[in-house]
Ligand binder design. Structure first.
Ligand SMILES: [Zn+2]
Length: 147
């Protein structure tokens, strides 16, 4: 069968791309809303320790990365679906051809049946004609002998 190239090959070792599962320290992050003038109301993931070398990431950026990383997989799945559709189409064609073959074979069989019946009749007729001829021959012989 065909092999799918859609295995998840992306290794998220650092937890850098996409939506993080937890901070590097193992703590579950919190979601906070920025109150700065630069990014007012913007939400971000952050380690509850609030230390600079711990998780800190904008939610919109994480979601954007998540979608970007998922796109090749989606495209891959889409092409797989296309391949499967094409396989089904070719199977349908083969099925149609097989049906056509069966129909042809049935017609051939019908023809063969007719030919055999006709042939049998011809053979029977031949046998009857031969018998009649032999009988006439014998009759002639008899009539000749009696003559
Ligand atoms: Zn942390």
């Amino acid at each position: 069968m065909m092999s799918s190239g859609c295995e998840d090959s992306s290794v998220n070792t650092m937890g850098i791309r996409g939506i993080p599962e937890q901070c590097g320290c193992g703590r579950r992050f919190g979601i906070y809303t920025s109150k700065t003038k630069v990014n007012p109301g913007r939400t971000f993931f952050r380690c509850p320790t609030f230390q600079n070398d711990h998780l800190y990431k904008w939610v919109d950026e994480a979601v954007y990365e998540e979608v970007q990383d998922a796109l090749p997989k989606v495209e891959c799945f889409a092409s797989d679906v296309m391949k499967i559709k094409m396989e089904i189409e070719s199977m349908k064609t083969v099925e149609g051809e097989l049906k056509e073959d069966v129909r042809k074979a049935r017609n051939e069989l019908k023809k063969l049946n007719v030919i055999m019946k006709v042939g049998f009749l011809v053979v029977c007729l031949g046998v009857v004609i031969c018998l009649v001829l032999i009988m006439f021959d014998k009759a002639d012989g008899l009539s000749l002998n009696t003559y």
